[in-house]
Design a protein around this ligand. Sequence first.
Ligand SMILES: O=C(O)c1ccccc1N[C@@H]1O[C@H](COP(=O)(O)O)[C@@H](O)[C@H]1O
Length: 230
Amino acid sequence: MSVIVKICGLSTEETLDAALDAGVDMVGFVFFPKSPRAVSIERAAALAARARGRAEIVALTVDMDDAGLAAIVDTVKPDWLQLHGGESVARVAEIRQRFGLKVMKALGIRSAEDIAGVPAYAEVADRLLLDAKPPKGAAHPGGNGVTFDWHLLDALDPGLSYMLSGGLDADNVAEALALTRPFGIDASSGVESAPGIKDPARIRAFIAAIRGFRPTADQGRTIAGERISS
Ligand SMILES: O=C(O)c1ccccc1N[C@@H]1O[C@H](COP(=O)(O)O)[C@@H](O)[C@H]1O
C-alpha cells in the first residue's frame, strides 16, 4: 500500500488544481482565524465542490464548539473533521458521534511523554495525525513548519496507524519516510512560497518525492493499515 498524501491550507483554485492534478489524496481547508491559511466557509465550500470525487475533503478546526462545527459540516460537507486543538479523548468521541463524520485527531509531539498519550486517542479517532508541537509562543497549534525527532515514533505500537506532519517538504520527506512508517503524509508550510501562499511547483515536487520514495531492503519498512474505531 502506498503512502497517502494530504495538502493542507489550500485557498485558491490554482493551487487546489495543482494538488489534485499531482494526485493528492486529501485536501485540507483551515478554519482557524489566526492562520494565514484561514478560509471562510463559503470559500471552502466552493473549493470543496471543485475537489469532490478527486480527493477527500478535510475541515481543520481548533477547539471549535458544536455550532461552529455544524456550520462547516452543513455548508462545506467535508469527508473528515481534523481536530487540531487540545480536544480531549471524550470530546473527540463526542464530535465523531454527533456529526457522523470521520475524525482525524492531531497530536503534538516533542518528547517521549507525548508519545505516551497517543494510544488513548487511537481508541476514539478514525485517524491520528502526529505533528510537531508548536514552538513556545506560536500563534497557532500547527502549520508552523517545524519538524520533531522522528525517532520518538519508534516507541509506538507497530500496529498503530498514523499520518505524519510537521515541517515536511520535498527535501526532507524521504528521510522522514525512511525513519517512520506513516499511513500518510501531511504538509502545509513546506509547499508554500510565503506563509499562506501555496506554490504549485512545491506541491508537485512534494508529491513526487513521496511517490518516488523507495525504502531500502534493510529498512524492512511496513505501513500500518487504518485502524477504524467502532
Ligand atoms: O496550517 C495551519 O495554518 C494550521 C493552523 C492551525 C492548526 C493546524 C494547522 N496546520 C496543520 O499543521 C500541519 C503541519 O503544518 P506544517 O507542514 O508544519 O506547516 C499541517 O499539515 C496542517 O494539518
